[in-house]
Design a protein around this ligand. Structure first.
Ligand code: GLC
Length: 423
């Protein structure tokens, strides 16, 4: 039993990027990209009064087939969605005056979803966070670092993480973001921080960005034979083409994080949405390579989720309702990727995802005829027989099935067959 077992069974999660930047409407990096000074940004603080409904969002996630949700508690801008006693730059000092992390956690628990908290290690609001020579700070090259005490910032950061691990009940994922240049690992006092997090939340799992950014496996140190500093690595806006293994060739637990359009935080006018069919196939691809997928939504400054994002979640949910069994508790198969789709597997259950139809009977590449107990169309569980007509008889070693009497596939995104193997 590994603490990541629930995570690799779950396979599919929701990311939520929500904060003061959502009201600005130009993404969560707006202060850095526009070199925005604090005074201008604080105007959003005065106006921030969103009516965000985490119960609605938790239901949406569940209906989409997602098993966990990760919410930004504090992004790089330093604004806290929780009632931290270490800062005034927080939601409970705005017109909202509610601890949104408390509401979020309760909503997830009500829907039986696992809870993830995203926490940015960077903090462009805190007076002791480096600025002048920093790579990303909004006032880089402008604000002097004179009088700054980085240890005082680290104490603040560690205390806030302690609040998050203490005040909201069971937390399942701590999603740190992110390390860069020398701002990594013990610069954050990572060992002390992880010891505290694991003491307060014994079963919690951590991503790898205390150590590195994305999936830079080279940098993740091991302490003993367990993953102490990080339980999973997090490639961003990419699915590792060959999956992810460590130097010894062992599988690495990973989660690809991705946006529906081009932005994490709400960005007015960003309508560059991926098709829901694309995202369904990306989820299948992640699982076929032994990984998870976390898909982001970015509510606007009023707490409203863009309609396009709701529609995508509902489309994915329809497919997951019929085919979720080929995602949950599944992973990579030893059968090579077939040319007409992908394969996911769980024990003796092989899930053959057909993306491309055939002229008539569909070849099931790599399937061992002698081991088949039965084949069914997963959506509806209609049993399929192995075709043995004059056309396919020329290929006696291959398995052919006819999925339907129509010339096209029942599901034009991904028609899933379940092939039960005998032991
Ligand atoms: C990158 C972005 C950050 C976002 C994160 C999500 O680190 O800079 O804004 O929250 O990816 O993975």
């Amino acid at each position: 039993m590994k603490r990541t077992d629930w995570f690799t069974d779950a396979r599919f999660g929701m990311f939520i990027h929500f904060g003061l930047y959502s009201l600005c409407g130009r993404g969560e990096w707006v202060r850095s990209i526009e070199h925005m000074d604090e005074k201008e940004y604080l105007s959003y603080f005065d106006d921030f009064n969103p009516d965000i409904d985490f119960r609605y969002i938790a239901r949406l996630a569940k209906e989409a087939g997602m098993q966990y949700i990760v919410l930004t508690t504090k992004h790089h801008d330093g604004f806290c969605l929780f009632d931290s006693k270490y800062t005034d730059f927080k939601i409970t000092n705005t017109k909202v005056n509610k601890d949104l992390i408390k509401e979020f956690v309760e909503a997830c628990h009500e829907e039986g979803l696992k809870v993830g908290l995203y926490y940015s290690l960077l903090d462009w609001h805190h007076r002791d966070y480096p600025s002048f020579n920093d790579l990303h700070h909004p006032l880089r090259g402008v604000m002097s670092d004179e009088g700054k005490d980085f240890n005082r910032y680290l104490s603040y950061m560690h205390h806030q993480v302690e609040e998050l691990c203490t005040n909201y009940g069971k937390i399942d994922i701590m999603w740190f973001d992110f390390s860069y240049e020398d701002m990594a690992f013990e610069k954050w006092k990572a060992t002390e921080l992880v010891e505290m997090v694991r003491r307060l939340q014994p079963g919690i799992i951590l991503n790898s960005r205390l150590i590195c950014n994305g999936e830079n496996l080279k940098k993740i140190p091991y302490r003993g034979d367990e993953d102490f500093y990080s339980d999973f690595t997090c490639p961003e806006q990419i699915i590792p083409p060959l999956g992810l293994k460590d130097d010894m060739g062992h599988d690495v637990c990973w989660e690809a994080c991705m946006t529906m359009n081009d932005n994490w935080g709400y960005y007015e006018g960003d309508n560059n949405y991926k098709l829901s069919s694309q995202l369904i196939k990306k989820l299948v691809e992640c699982v076929s390579k032994n990984g998870n997928m976390i898909l982001n939504i970015g509510p606007d400054g009023y707490g409203k989720i863009p309609e396009e994002q709701v529609d995508i979640l509902k489309d994915i949910g329809k497919w997951m309702k019929a085919n979720g069994e080929s995602i949950y508790k599944c992973g990579r198969s030893n059968i090579s990727k077939p040319e007409n789709g992908r394969i996911t597997q769980s024990g003796n259950n092989i899930y053959y995802h057909i993306y491309e139809s055939a002229l008539r009977d569909i070849p099931l590449y790599g399937i061992d005829k002698d081991r088949i107990d039965y084949i069914e169309l997963l959506d509806g569980h209609k049993l399929l027989k192995i075709e043995d007509n004059w056309i396919v008889q020329r290929y006696p070693d291959m398995v052919f099935v006819r999925v339907s009497d129509k010339a096209y596939l029942p599901d034009d995104i991904d028609t899933v067959l379940k092939i039960k193997y005998r032991d």
